[in-house]
Design a protein around this ligand. Structure first.
Ligand code: FE2
Length: 376
């Protein structure tokens, strides 16, 4: 709509109370002088190479205003007072400023493929390791859009999982080390290191910031049981929002404490089970029955909280919501730990099941994906 207006070149500008008034056909847009000055891209405002801003807010005159504005074709030249600074703006950039798009936040539900049932992501798509190395974009897009990607044919070598992480980003080292072994251990500090079934959960909700990605690489799996499962927490939260708004509001509005204590580590973080961004979009799930502390709530609020917690858990634990598969030697799962919950069925120690895991972060993955797409 606006582009048609620009083609007509019907723009008129004036200065009203020190701000810019832009009139395009019937539309009147008022743009604050200080916003215009912050948006200046001239040589004294922005570094020519990096594009980074060269001034601080306190460097601008507190009484900054537009002194004059002139239209030159599809550009507008502005002179500021009191310092006489001049800058040129593209008209379409100013028109776009009047109707800003929602902030691009790749962490939120927006633009993602939420899957409410396993059937929606079945049959399970996997990516051959050699093909992934040649062209990682499709698999990395799967992580962004569906929350996970399964690589197959990854060399089943100890330590390989960190090399997978380094194909797109950086290992997030924790008190578990650069990587951790998921196999039966004696006197395990975490139920993950036993043969017990593990219900759907997100990892490490007791960290701040939480690791946003997890990788699990199977070195060996001859055990009976030990199936892996994934559940889309964003999809479950969206369903809760649709069908039980009160429960959704309680979970997004109640911060709880997550704790992990071991002889060498005492970790805690405070966050809601479902975190939203400033626009109300679902942005982060923390769900872990092993590490969520009993919430400190007044009895009436506790009743509401537990009702909401149960309602959310019932969605997450619904059999049709869980995508189940068997990780075999050479399989490596990459998943968004702020969105997907993972689980496993019980297995017998005797059969032998050995996975190695590591953590990484979405920012590195997104950066690699964008760089790859820009240069291919
Ligand atoms: Fe886990």
């Amino acid at each position: 709509m606006y582009s048609q207006v620009i083609e007509k070149r019907a723009a008129a500008v004036s200065v009203v109370d020190g701000d810019l008034r832009l009139t395009v056909d019937d539309a009147v847009i008022e743009i604050a002088a200080v916003w215009l000055r912050d948006a200046c891209t001239d040589a004294v405002s922005r570094d020519a190479v990096s594009g980074q801003r060269l001034f601080n807010i306190v460097d601008l005159p507190a009484d900054l205003r537009v002194r004059d504005a002139q239209v030159h074709g599809d550009r507008i030249e502005i002179e500021f007072a009191p310092d006489g600074h001049r800058s040129v703006f593209e008209l379409d950039a100013l028109l776009a400023a009047d109707a800003p798009a929602p902030l691009a936040d790749s962490r939120t539900e927006q633009g993602k493929r939420l899957w409410r049932t396993a059937a929606e992501v079945s049959p399970l798509r996997s990516h051959d390791w050699a093909g992934y190395l040649a062209d990682p974009a499709t698999a990395l897009q799967d992580v962004v859009k569906s929350g996970f990607a399964l690589l197959r044919g990854v060399p089943a070598e100890p330590g390989q999982v960190t090399e997978v992480a380094e194909t797109f980003g950086f290992v997030r080292e924790t008190n578990y080390g650069r990587l951790f072994d998921v196999r039966v251990e004696e006197n395990a500090v975490n139920l993950a290191f036993t043969g017990l079934a593990i219900s759907p959960h997100t990892d490490n909700p007791y960290r701040d910031p939480v690791p946003t990605l997890q990788l699990l690489h199977c070195l060996h799996n001859a055990s009976v049981g030990g199936e892996s499962g994934l559940v889309d927490g964003f999809a479950a939260a969206a369903t809760l929002r649709e069908h039980d708004r009160r429960a959704f509001d309680v979970l997004t509005g109640t911060a709880v404490t997550y704790r992990f204590d071991a002889p060498d580590a005492h970790l805690s973080a405070v966050a809601p089970l479902i975190a939203l961004d400033q626009s109300g979009r679902i942005r982060e799930i923390r769900f872990n029955n092993r590490s969520m502390a009993v919430p400190r709530l007044r009895p009436d609020l506790a009743r509401e909280f537990y009702r909401a917690y149960r309602a959310f858990a019932e969605l997450l634990f619904a059999p049709e919501a869980q995508l189940n598969f068997h990780l075999g030697a050479g399989d490596c799962l990459i998943f968004d730990n702020t969105r997907l919950l993972h689980a496993r069925t019980a297995f017998a120690a005797a059969g032998g099941r050995h996975l190695q895991g590591t953590y990484a972060d979405l920012d590195g993955l997104l950066s690699t994906l964008q760089t790859y797409q820009e240069t291919r």
